[in-house]
Design a protein around this ligand. Structure first.
Ligand code: BJW
Length: 241
């Protein structure tokens, strides 16, 4: 990093940024996939096989967010500061389905794996703001179909959201920062490769430990997000790229 104080920034975030707010990651030893099998709750096939089981899994997680008991942390807030003070565009692309980035104040934000606090009708595609529990017998307010309402999240085998906009931003960025993601899930795990195809963009990993793709980044810092993200933002704003 050096003198430049311009250029667009793309920040990819994963479950690690919300860990210190009290939300479980997926693949850590105490993570979600240590407690439930992803094949039972996070695929379209699981939803067809046992929709009540899938609703139950998401209802519990949605309730925690809707209750307001989970707060954004210093890492979410540091990214809001970056968006406010950096002279170029700052785009946060999150794999997280929680709402902590927007509650912290991030505005330029893409939820590529969907959002807990939304439901979608499989029959008509309409997306609803949704804080209550979902259940099998619910009727869609828009098309009247029964049983089609599902969590507005991206399951394995489904296409993540807003990919065209994300790849355009990756191709045009001067800095790509990956925060709190293990680099196991595609296509997000391949964003580093996409950025490295272009010339000149700096790439930084900020994580508790080296991710699957760690060796592809120019620089990395390891530690809890609430410590390393605010420090990184402070340095970037004072020293530039
Ligand atoms: C801290 C910390 C602290 C802890 N501070 N850090 C090969 C190539 C390309 C694709 C595939 C492939 N093989 C298979 C695929 C497909 C599949 C895939 O990637 N599978 C892999 C498992 C191999 N991908 C898909 O299916 C995706 N769709 C797709 O590819 O579409 C293309 C297509 C579709 C159809 C036809 C043709 C093409 C969709 C993926 C959907 C993922 N969905 C989930 C669930 C969302 C809903 C929910 O929340 O329930 O998204 S799975 C889960 O993993 C969730 C997350 O967003 C995602 C990523 O996890 P993340 O964020 O990285 O969390 P962790 O737990 O893995 O890591 C946390 C990290 O934080 C760790 O490193 C910790 O160290 C760190 N950490 N505490 C800082 N305090």
């Amino acid at each position: 990093m050096g003198e430049r104080r311009d250029g667009n920034i793309v920040i990819l975030t994963g479950a690690g940024i919300s860990k210190e707010s009290g939300l479980d990651t997926f693949r850590d030893a105490d993570g979600i996939w240590a407690k439930v099998r992803l094949e039972d709750v996070a695929t379209p096939e699981a939803f067809i096989r046992d929709p009540a089981r899938v609703h139950d899994f998401y209802n519990g997680r949605r309730q925690r967010l809707a209750s307001g008991e989970v707060e954004p942390n210093a890492a979410h807030l540091a990214l809001v500061r970056l968006e406010a003070e950096w002279p170029g565009e700052v785009l946060v692309v999150t794999q997280n389905v929680d709402n902590l980035h927007e509650r912290a104040g991030s505005r330029n934000l893409i939820h590529m794996h969907g959002e807990h606090l939304k439901a979608r009708c499989d029959a008509c595609g309409v997306i609803f703001a949704w804080e209550a529990d979902l259940s099998v017998g619910l009727v869609c307010d828009s098309c009247g179909t029964s049983g089609g309402l599902r969590p507005h999240v991206v399951w394995f085998g489904e296409m993540p959201l807003e990919m065209e906009r994300i790849y355009a931003a990756l191709d045009a960025c001067a800095l790509f920062v990956s925060i709190g993601t293990s680099g196991n899930v595609h296509p997000a795990a391949g964003f580093i490769e996409q950025v490295r195809l272009g010339d000149g963009a700096q790439t930084v990993e900020l994580n508790l430990e080296p991710s699957e793709g760690a060796s592809r980044f120019h620089t990395a810092e390891y530690g809890p997000a609430t410590k390393i993200v605010p420090a990184f933002v402070e340095r970037l704003l004072s020293e530039g790229l």
